[in-house]
Design a protein around this ligand. Structure first.
Ligand code: MG
Length: 160
């Protein structure tokens, strides 16, 4: 029997908010007058998870695999990028055990979307939604998150 040692990684991302953009968080479209700005769909939560998973597997970072100089990734569906990262993990001989993320977001209230986000992320990772935790917090009115200028996310992943 082989035992693989669990490894962890951390991910962080931030994107600006602007009018005229769809707001996509954890692969779910959220009703809001503003959306996140980016080369892809700017799904800040999924990007942080991708970096956590790549970190755990020792596979670099999101910008290395999906550079914004490559037109293939323009307006990319970040859930599709997450699926590709899951494939890279498999090729490296590891699988996600669990992931946990915190989204820093002043508005809107995201609780009604949480279960859908967990399901979408879990399906892309081929793990149970119970192994995908998503938390929301605000900036309490302080700083750029608190002023609603953008959103940020931090994530941790364990692979084995
Ligand atoms: Mg990003």
């Amino acid at each position: 029997m082989t035992t693989s040692v669990p490894r962890t990684g951390v991910g962080w991302d931030s994107h600006r908010l602007a009018e005229g953009r769809r707001l996509v968080l954890g692969g779910v479209t959220v009703e809001h007058p503003l959306g996140l700005v980016g080369f892809s769909d700017a799904d800040v939560l999924t990007h942080a998870l991708i970096d956590a998973l790549l970190g755990a597997a020792g596979l670099g970072d999101i910008g290395q695999h999906f550079p914004d100089t490559d037109e293939r990734w323009r307006d990319a569906d970040s859930i599709e990028l997450l699926r590709r990262v899951r494939g890279m993990l498999g090729a490296a001989g590891v699988a996600p055990v669990n992931v946990d993320a915190t989204l820093l977001c002043e508005a809107p209230r995201l609780r009604p979307y949480r279960d859908r986000m967990r399901s979408r992320l879990a399906a892309a990772l081929r793990i149970s939604p119970a192994a995908v935790n998503v938390k929301f917090t605000t900036g309490e009115g302080m700083g750029w998150v608190g002023r609603g200028e953008g959103m940020a996310a931090v994530a941790i992943a364990t692979v084995a």
